[in-house]
Design a protein around this ligand. Structure first.
Ligand code: A3P
Length: 346
């Protein structure tokens, strides 16, 4: 009898213990996510557009955890009223490039900030004529739901190198903030090549070696017709943007440093965006298996970037690397001079 009672008591304690731990974990997750939704910094102005009932934030539930609980409550609660505040806002800042510079890492890391909401997909509104023809409302509808005090950020790296984009963005918002993340130009070009190579391999296709594409076999000079080389001439592209926007509207992120030491780079971006410093070392942890920093939202939610970020590059003939670095050098100097950010590339 006594034994049975002991077993019963032990089982009850076990159930109670599990319930307590479960509730605690739920509370931590919920508090963490709700905290991210507090309007914490006043940001001037707001892109208008009344929301119809049909837009009631079902999609919003997909981008911020924790709200589902409030939404399920049948009686109109304070939180539900707050859900009605959610809007789809045009971006206040855009990561315009550079492809393979670390654009995904930058967007995901900025999204750790409670006042930032990212557009998960690359929208390609300004660089794609077909999308652009659909109009600004189409673009706005592609944005995630956010509170008016938050800012939306999108990234489409093709913007940086596409001729028509600066004018189109200017027409939408001439005071928008523009983020450009750059890496040492030769490394970026090899990363760009690696991505294309992987695509070819996936389709069982063969592809040229990097050396063959980057160096013109007739002149033995750098092949400036090769897109991966042209994209890395940052100053040429930036000069086109400067016809529309003053340099103060750009912020240069050092993509090589973002890999090694992300926090100081993110703090510079917070400053540029006039956001209070909220991203901390707690939010970023080095994952030895991935060989990169990963993101920690709270004690439950963390994530690393997809495996397509951080590919192993093929070995490249050192003489080709030297030639490319020599080629990029004067363009880099000009880039430092224009932007006021020296990156000590070779
Ligand atoms: P590699 O694949 O050459 O290593 P983008 O997002 O613009 O395509 O950039 C991809 C690059 O982001 C990767 O290039 C990788 O080096 C870099 N990167 C920066 N921080 C990263 C992180 N925390 N996790 C994974 N990749 C990161």
């Amino acid at each position: 009898m006594l034994f049975k009672q002991q077993v019963w008591l032990r089982q009850k304690l076990l159930v109670l213990g599990s319930l307590a731990v479960g509730s605690l974990l739920y509370l931590v997750a919920r508090v963490g996510s709700l905290d991210r939704l507090q309007p914490i910094c006043p940001i001037e102005g707001r892109f208008g557009g009344a929301r119809s009932q049909a837009e009631f934030p079902l999609r919003a539930l997909q981008f911020k955890r924790g709200l589902l609980h409030e939404f399920r409550k049948s009686n109109a609660s304070k939180e539900q009223v707050r859900l009605h505040d959610l809007v789809q806002q045009l971006p206040k800042a855009i990561i315009i490039g550079v492809r393979k510079g670390g654009t995904r890492a930058l967007l995901e890391m900025l999204n750790l900030h409670p006042a930032v909401v990212k557009a998960s997909q690359e929208i390609h509104f300004f660089d794609n004529d077909e999308n652009y023809a659909k109009g600004i409302e189409w673009y706005r509808k592609k944005m995630p739901f956010s509170y008016p005090q938050q800012i939306t950020i999108e990234k489409s790296p093709a913007y940086f190198i596409t001729e028509e984009v600066p004018e189109r963005i200017y027409k939408m918002n001439s005071s928008i903030k523009l983020l450009i993340i750059v890496r040492e130009p030769t490394t970026r070009a090899i990363s760009d090549y690696t991505q294309v190579l992987e695509g070819k391999e996936r389709k069982n296709k063969t592809y040229y070696k990097f050396e063959k594409l980057a160096i013109d076999p007739n002149t033995c000079e750098v092949n400036t017709k090769y897109k991966a080389v042209r994209t890395s001439i940052y100053t040429k592209h930036l000069e086109r943007w400067l016809k529309y926007f003053p340099i103060e509207q750009f912020h240069i992120v050092d993509g090589d440093r973002l890999i090694m030491e992300p926090l100081p780079e993110l703090q510079l971006v917070e400053k540029f965006l006039n956001l209070p410093p909220r991203i901390s070392q707690y939010n970023l942890y080095f994952n030895a298996t991935r060989g990169f920093y990963c993101l920690r939202f709270n004690i439950i939610f963390n994530k690393c970037l997809a495996g397509s970020k951080g590919r192993i590059h093929p070995e490249v003939d050192p003489s080709v690397i030297t030639k490319l670095r020599k080629f990029f050098h004067p363009f880099n100097q000009k880039f430092y001079q224009i932007t006021g950010r020296t990156l000590n590339w070779p």
